[in-house]
Design a protein around this ligand. Structure first.
Ligand code: 13P
Length: 255
């Protein structure tokens, strides 16, 4: 497997944190720290912060993402935001299928598939999240769970669209808990995802697929995680809220 075929991507997922004003301040602090990155640098922010994030990142190498989008083009979905709306204001990325959406907001593999389709249709790049629960890992069904989630999400995705997809492996038990998958555990599942992409689309597509790890990645463990052969970047929660920590992870991915 040739890792040089893939450009690593470090994405922050701010979750429900930061006002527009705080967004501007954090991005202004971050920009000089990551300006020489050789990986992609993305910050995914709450909807209400998108305008501030787009303005603050203008002319820099930091790209902006939303944390979700709806599956319909438009219509009677009170409180929701469509992929076309995100595209229209100039947002390039969107996270789909985050485990917190699955856990707290009724997201299913089928709605993840539909949201992925809608995002691609609108011309967005998707960070597609998959990952097992603690109980599922203890039952030794991690591979089955992650394969199923990934396969269903990619069901309507053409090979020609894979350049617009990043897959983020986020074991649910490692999110916000301080528990990190060991580099070997994380790599093993990222490799399982890559093997599935090879099964579905062929080896060339799999070699090009960017597969991130997420779950308590920080400035201390990033080096070792990102050094694994099948881990091409990270989706970072808590540590992405501190410019110096996020920048240290970006630096680790830029080596
Ligand atoms: P933490 O880095 O806070 O564990 O969050 C990971 C995550 O959910 C990123 O999407």
């Amino acid at each position: 497997m040739n890792k040089t075929l893939r450009k690593p991507a470090i994405a922050g997922n701010w979750k429900m944190n930061n006002t527009p004003q705080q967004t501007t301040a954090l991005i202004e602090e971050l920009k000089p720290l990551v300006k020489d990155a050789t990986c992609d640098v993305i910050v995914c922010v709450p909807y209400i912060d998108l305008h501030a994030a787009l303005a603050a990142t203008k002319g820099s190498n930091v790209m902006v993402g939303a944390e979700n989008c709806h599956w319909a083009e438009s219509g009677a979905f009170t409180g929701e935001i469509s992929a076309a709306m995100l595209k229209d204001i100039g947002v390039p990325y969107v996270i789909v299928g985050h485990s917190e959406r699955r856990q707290y907001f009724g997201e299913t593999d089928l709605t993840v598939r539909d949201r992925t389709r809608a995002a691609l249709n609108a011309g967005l790049k998707v960070i597609l999240c998959v990952g097992e629960l603690k109980e599922q890992r203890l039952e030794n069904i991690t591979a089955e769970v992650v394969r199923m989630q990934t396969k269903l999400a990619l069901k309507d995705v053409l090979e020609s669209e894979l350049d617009n997809i990043i897959i983020a492996y986020e074991p649910v038990w490692a999110i916000g808990t301080g528990l990190t998958a060991t580099p070997e555990q994380a790599n093993e599942v990222c490799a399982i995802i890559r093997d599935l992409v090879a099964e579905l689309y062929g080896k060339t597509a799999a070699d090009k697929m960017v597969v991130q790890y997420g779950g308590s990645m920080n400035e201390k463990n990033a080096d070792e995680l990102l050094g694994q052969p099948d881990i091409d970047g990270g989706l970072i929660g808590g540590a992405s809220l501190v410019a110096a920590k996020f920048a240290a992870i970006v630096a680790a991915a830029s080596k």
